[in-house]
Ligand binder design. Structure first.
Ligand SMILES: C[S@@+](CC[C@H](N)C(=O)[O-])C[C@H]1O[C@@H](n2cnc3c(N)ncnc32)[C@H](O)[C@@H]1O
Length: 271
């Protein structure tokens, strides 16, 4: 059913990022809004610990529908508008930061077009946090003075690909790829073909700050093998560049420990 553009909304929608998954990395504001919300719409990416904190009633998983399909974005947009028009305080909870590959921008535009007041609550993005908890800084005075956040969702062999891997290779900075587990062989090859050193360090960080966090390391040439050996699956970020090699010198003393678990499921496949 199409929403009526002329109807005012008494409620407010909060576009809230959850951070990478450790509840202690929620912002104070996110925590307060989650406690005060009439209703929370979330998917699986906030991670099992944060999802467990949400109340059973007043909480809708919009990540998947009955037959395993994803709820289409238009349906989520309409739901947000309807709930705000019922006068509710609505939290739209996304993993990481809602405005980093989180479709928060589309939701904000839709809400504005439909006259619904909203607030954006920024958060710790996995693009920075996942490398960090694995001991990898995305910038480093000796290794990288720029960083690019890229989607690995697109097929680099297609001419219409929106990601210019050749241009990225030429920056000499760190490249952080989100949604890039499946297409790892394609874009590592594209970077090598663009002239990037095959020995460039690469790390994959899966389920950062979730139970069962895993890390695989290698180079542009060896990382696909390392991915398969460690059995990395989504959600994971790929860090490419000299910074990925610095992990080795700190890992012995790194205490970002996330308990291994059997939850190595395919619950989230944002890849
Ligand atoms: C649709 S994007 C959403 C990104 C999110 N808005 C953010 O700022 O982190 C989904 C991708 O984010 C990355 N991701 C999100 N949470 C993660 C985590 N805890 N550990 C590793 N990667 C994560 C993965 O690359 C995943 O495929």
């Amino acid at each position: 059913m199409a929403t009526d553009d002329t109807q005012p909304a008494d409620g407010t929608v909060y576009l809230v990022g959850s951070g990478p998954g450790d509840p202690e990395l929620l912002t104070l504001k996110a925590k307060r809004l989650l406690e005060d919300a009439d209703i929370v719409l979330h998917d699986k990416l906030p991670g099992p610990k944060i999802i467990d904190m949400l109340p059973d009633d007043g909480c809708i998983d919009v990540g998947k529908r009955a037959h395993g399909d994803r709820t289409p974005q238009w349906e989520i947009n309409e739901r947000l508008v309807e709930l705000a028009r019922e006068g509710k305080s609505v939290v739209r909870l996304k993993g990481g930061d809602s405005f980093v590959f989180g479709r928060g921008g589309e939701e904000a535009t839709y809400l504005a077009e439909h006259g619904v007041p909203f607030e954006v609550v920024p958060a710790v993005t996995s693009a920075v946090a996942a490398p960090a908890v694995a001991g990898i800084p995305v910038t480093h005075r000796d290794h990288a003075s720029s960083v690019s956040f890229v989607t690995g969702h697109e097929d680099p062999t297609k001419p219409e690909s929106a990601v210019d891997w050749g241009a990225l290779a030429a920056t000499g900075g760190t490249i952080v790829v989100l949604m890039g587990v499946t297409r790892l062989p394609l874009y590592t090859e594209a970077l090598r073909e663009a002239g990037m050193d095959p020995d460039t360090p690469v790390a994959l960080v899966e389920r950062a700050t979730w139970p069962g966090q895993q890390v695989a390391t290698g180079t542009l040439e060896t990382i696909v093998e390392a991915r398969d050996e460690v059995d990395i699956s989504p959600p994971a970020v790929t860090v490419i560049g000299g910074v990925a090699g610095t992990r080795e010198s700190v890992v012995e003393f790194l205490r970002n420990d996330y308990t291994p678990s059997d939850q190595h499921s395919d619950e989230n496949t944002d890849d």
